[in-house]
Design a protein around this ligand. Structure first.
Ligand code: FMN
Length: 323
């Protein structure tokens, strides 16, 4: 057990959250993380209908009695009307206790979730958004830096700086993400002032993650230089695996392509096709720089346990060196 403000707030034993990986964060992965003492997460937007989300929450509840979260990633660049409300309805009706919102201001959903006793974590790529989230009443934030897989925001600030800045200006607890893979990283994050870490890329390289084996094999060989940023021109930068599709997107952006023109390569559904088929060139695939530190495919359960024991060893080692 590693006690922080987040373990106390969320009722978990190890301050490690599994990021809301689109298409991949399903009940098998989330339950393994939660059963190991971390915070497992399923991703609401991986389900075409609120009804499908309900079924997955039920499946997850059958697989763990430990705390878990539902991530609701809202698109900042599109208008989707009331769609999100229906997903939040299901979350409340199913008695989910922890929600992670991402992509846009969670304020409209805060009163309803609070009334239902749901703890709200809001994900942001900058400290000023974290401060704003704090002011609208969320319980905690997830802050991700420039290294992270997925969307690092427009500022290009690394998690090393974000964690220290956040500790200075926030009153609520926070997970730091972007670049974490092991117990050494966890201790570093806690030393920088974070209350826990969120990992996305590291959890893709686990047995329970349903991504195609071709991608897992690639992850074992990949270096920290094998990712790149795309989609900056549409103000929604994404860190992805360097591949044919990513270089095509970049070339189109340089020529001033619109969101509609980019969609065939960046749409979430293309990523799903890549995950399922194992053809790793057909679309952009989110991946963080930390891929360069990954050299095995453990079960997510063992990974979380290992992180705890590594953290303990690192701390003992450090304690011997600080006189
Ligand atoms: C394949 C993949 C898919 C992701 N999809 C989402 C998503 O749908 N919603 C979200 O909030 N974050 C998403 N993320 C970001 C993670 O939740 C997490 O914030 C990030 O991966 C942390 O940085 P790391 O990759 O260095 O661990 C994704 C990350 C990856 C690698």
């Amino acid at each position: 057990m590693i006690k922080t403000r987040l373990t106390q707030l969320l009722g978990i034993e190890i301050p490690v959250m599994q990021g809301g990986l689109q298409w991949l964060a399903r009940a098998e992965l989330a339950s393994a993380v939660s059963n190991a003492g971390g915070l497992g997460t399923i991703n609401a937007m991986s389900f075409a209908t609120p009804g499908e989300l309900r079924e997955e929450i039920k499946r997850l509840k059958d697989m763990t009695d430990k705390p878990f979260a539902v991530n609701v990633s809202m698109l900042p660049v599109m208008t989707v009307g009331e769609m999100y409300d229906k997903y939040f309805d299901v979350i409340v009706e199913e008695g989910v206790k922890i929600v992670e919102t991402a992509g846009r201001n969670p304020e409209p959903y805060v009163p309803r979730l609070k009334e239902a006793g749901v703890k709200i974590i809001h994900k942001v790529p900058a400290v000023r958004y974290a401060k704003k989230a704090e002011s609208v009443g969320v319980d905690a934030v997830t802050i991700v830096g420039f290294e992270c897989g997925g969307h690092p925001g427009m500022d290009d600030v690394t998690s090393l700086i974000l964690a220290q800045k956040a500790r200075k200006v926030l009153n609520i607890p926070f997970f730091i993400g972007g670049g974490f893979a092991d117990g050494r990283g966890l201790i570093a994050a806690l030393a920088l002032g974070a209350d826990g870490i969120v990992m996305g890329t590291r959890f893709v390289a686990t047995k329970e993650c349903p991504v195609h084996e071709n991608f897992k094999k690639w992850m074992l060989e990949a270096q920290e230089t094998d990712t790149m940023i795309v989609e900056r021109s549409i103000k929604n930068p994404a860190r992805v695996r360097k591949n044919k599709a990513a270089f095509e997107v970049l070339a189109m952006e340089e020529k001033g392509a619109t969101l509609e023109e980019l969609m065939p390569l960046i749409a979430g559904k293309v990523g799903l096709q890549a995950y399922l088929s194992g053809d790793l060139d057909i679309g952009v695939i989110a991946c963080g720089q930390v891929v360069g530190l990954i050299d095995d495919i453990p079960s997510a359960y063992d990974l979380v346990r290992r992180i705890e024991s590594e953290a303990r060893e690192v701390l003992q080692h450090l304690q011997k060196r600080v006189m």
